[in-house]
Design a protein around this ligand. Structure first.
Ligand code: HEC
Ligand code: HEC
Length: 430
């Protein structure tokens, strides 16, 4: 196991619901592992097992599996590289509590944390859309997000799902963890653009519901509304943003979780060397690597980690991104410069590896495998909460008389409406 996954169970014990079934299946003959998803002609695995007859039929569209591994052997090999997603990524510095998560969820959706009152974390990291910015311009997704007054940043908004697993945050890894990261965008002049921490704290203190929620989330603290606690609450919420999917079911032992083509793609992913960089439970996020290790990458202006470390060797070095939900999180790369996943994969095969261009069959298997990394969204967990109404004046906490009212009608509605602003028409400053 790689170091750096704080509190992640290294044996993946959190996701073992399929294990029993998987072991049972694994002991059955593997010669004809039928694809449960294929309706018509069954696809079959070649299995050179003593005693078993040769089965080499494959659907015409599915390339023959490049190695002679059985599904069970492929699983064993995959388990050396990957592990199922945990339910949460714990932190010693910020233990997850329900109260913190409840507060963090509200803050995540609250545009009042921005100078214009119109941008929330959720604006650029839409949880219903796999945690990325889905706002469009000219019929396609923005390569880089629009922030305060329509200003464009210079990097693509990565997904917040499964991000707690990474060795560091941001494309260049300049932030150590989610709690530290959450302090950035609120004050970033091209993102939420709040002038300083004090203004953020004063804004939160003016909302009676937040006075209550911070006190509950950080019990025993004399002054619970602090900038750090805001970030901790958001971090606690993000630590459980996980998207387990078919690949996790497979890793947990369910041999039928991936179809024939996806299995071939997984085999290729491992054999071609993608796993040299994209590994671990997030299939990435465990290391920094140069963009263009084998062949230089044209047109990259961002110097990546060099900006942080000033070490010559860190020029064009970026965090290897997670490939979880990659079919849904384009456009790709730190600058959002690549829109097609096929194109992206071919570039990886030629610039990051000596493998060279994938054949059409290989490419479709690879894309199919990447599709198995698309997970299930935690719908209930990410449901947009009712935001606490703004108090016109700072109310003296009269007495400790119980809960604040849950749903405030008119004001909340106004807040809700602002939470997801319409995309800026067009033509913002370049
Ligand atoms: C205006 C759009 C915008 C807003 C608002 C925004 N982000 Fe981001 N976020 C980005 C961009 C762009 C990056 C990548 C920046 C970089 O790597 O330099 C990013 C990076 C991140 C990352 C790092 C993920 C990774 O792969 O390393 C996390 C986590 C994150 N944001 C969470 C948040 C939270 C929490 C908030 C609210 C407090 C927020 N963001 C507000 C655009 C935004
Ligand atoms: C030498 C390390 C390395 C190898 C090998 C490698 N990658 Fe990458 N990959 C990276 C880095 C670094 C990035 C991000 C660079 C950036 O954003 O500028 C990346 C980005 C990607 C992305 C876009 C992710 C996103 O969110 O934008 C995909 C898809 C991808 N790789 C797939 C693959 C596949 C498939 C293979 C094997 C054919 C592969 N990679 C091999 C290092 C590697």
């Amino acid at each position: 196991m790689k170091q750096g996954f704080i509190g992640t169970s290294s044996d993946g014990t959190r996701g073992v619901r399929w294990l029993g079934a998987g072991l049972a299946i694994a002991t059955i003959a593997l010669g004809a592992c039928q694809d449960p998803n294929a309706g018509g002609a069954p696809t079959k695995w070649t299995k050179a097992e003593p005693g078993s007859h040769e089965e080499v039929e494959t659907l015409p569209s599915v390339p023959p599996r490049p190695s002679s591994l059985s599904v069970a052997a492929l699983l064993e090999k995959a388990k050396e590289q990957f592990s199922p997603l945990p339910e949460a990524v714990e932190s010693r510095n910020n233990p997850i509590t329900e109260e913190k998560v409840t507060l963090g969820r509200m803050l995540y959706f609250d545009p009042r944390l921005s100078k214009g009152g119109d941008i929330a974390c959720a604006t650029c990291h839409d949880l219903e859309a796999f945690g990325v910015d889905v706002r469009e311009e000219g019929g396609h997704r923005l390569a880089t997000s629009l922030g305060f007054q329509g200003q464009k940043g210079d990097r693509n908004a990565p997904t917040v799902y499964n991000a707690g697993l990474y060795l560091a945050q941001f494309w260049d890894g300049r932030s150590p963890d989610l709690e530290d990261q959450a302090k950035g965008p609120v004050l970033n002049p091209v993102e939420m653009a709040m002038p300083d921490e004090a203004t953020v704290v004063a804004t939160l203190k003016a909302v009676p519901g937040y006075v209550e929620a911070f006190a509950t989330a950080f019990p025993g603290q004399p002054d619970p509304i602090t900038y750090d606690n805001m970030a901790k609450a958001i971090g606690a919420f993000e630590r459980q943003l996980m998207t387990p999917g078919p690949f996790d079911d497979f890793l947990a032992g369910k041999l039928t979780a991936l179809d024939e083509q996806q299995l071939a793609g997984l085999d290729l992913f491992m054999n071609a060397g993608c796993i040299q960089c994209h590994t671990g439970p997030a299939v990435g996020g465990t290391m920094f690597q140069k963009l263009g290790t084998v062949k230089p990458w044209e047109g990259v202006t961002d110097e990546g980690r060099f900006k942080i470390t000033k070490a010559e060797a860190d020029k064009l070095v970026f965090k290897v991104p997670s490939l979880r939900n990659i079919t849904k999180t384009g456009p790709y790369l730190h600058d959002g410069s690549i829109t097609s996943l096929e194109d992206m994969v071919q570039k990886m095969a030629t610039h990051q590896l000596a493998k060279g261009e994938l054949t059409p069959d290989e490419l479709s298997s690879m894309i199919a495998f990447l599709g198995s990394l698309e997970g299930r969204l935690p719908e209930e967990y990410i449901a947009k909460p009712t935001l606490p109404g703004s108090g016109a004046v700072v109310q003296e906490p009269v007495e400790d008389e119980g809960e604040p009212a849950e749903g405030e009608p008119s004001e909340d509605e106004a807040v809700e409406d602002e939470a997801q602003p319409e995309p800026e028409p067009a033509g913002e400053p370049g």
